[in-house]
Design a protein around this ligand. Structure first.
Ligand code: AMP
Length: 199
């Protein structure tokens, strides 16, 4: 099963992906985490990406598509993948569909984590204190939210054209969000909890 967790920065996608990875054996693939690993390892790619990431801007599509392509055939992805923070543009979504199709696979579920703006700012500040990410500051977050609205929000209509995109209430505490996700994954919710209302 291949799942996409879609939502704005600091919505809780990574937190939920890690929990679902444990429970379902699906592999979390976070392009943000992969880029931070490149930065930590001091690679050329990491150096180029850091400049954009610190400003809250997206890195080029090709960079993240290549990173995902490299990981898809690894054994830990055999049971399926939770895509976290990818795709963020329509070009990335199209490339992902093509990569999966080449492997006889597809995206099975796209879930939208819906979180209020004040909650996003609150979570970003909490994460800044805990993890010290260099893009977790109010200035960069502003740009990240803008990039989300300019590019990433356009990815939702792309997937809605392929089927319903259930909306998860991401304002709830962690367990409450997980419960909504597991109900959908377990097929307990035959119809999506709340279908997003078109583009
Ligand atoms: P994240 O950890 O998902 O919040 O990503 C942190 C930053 O990494 C983003 O603000 C972008 O600069 C970059 N990034 C992560 N994933 C992508 C992606 N799919 N496309 C473009 N840039 C990305």
């Amino acid at each position: 099963m291949n799942v996409i967790f879609f939502g704005p920065p600091a919505a809780g996608k990574g937190t939920q992906a890690k929990i679902i990875q444990q429970q379902y054996g699906l592999q979390q693939l976070s392009t943000g985490d992969m880029l931070r690993e490149e930065i930590a390892a001091g690679t050329e790619l990491g150096k180029k990406a850091k400049h954009l990431m610190d400003q809250g801007k997206l890195v080029p599509d090709k960079v993240v598509i290549d990173m995902i392509a490299k990981r898809l055939d690894s054994p830990e992805c055999a049971k399926g993948v939770i895509f976290d923070g990818f795709p963020r543009t329509v070009a990335q979504a199209e490339a992902l569909d093509a990569l999966l199709a080449e492997r006889g696979k597809k995206i099975d579920i796209v879930m939208e984590l819906d979180v209020d703006q004040d909650k996003i700012i609150e979570r970003m500040k909490k994460r800044a204190a805990e993890e010290g990410r260099s893009d977790d500051n109010v200035e960069a977050l502003k740009i990240r939210l803008q990039q989300y609205n300019d590019y990433s929000a356009k990815v939702l209509p792309y997937y809605r054209a392929q089927g319903a995109v259930p909306k998860i209430n991401g304002n709830k505490p962690v367990e409450g969000v997980t419960a909504q996700i597991t109900d959908i994954l377990a097929g307990k919710v035959s119809a999506p909890l709340q279908v997003s209302s078109g583009a």
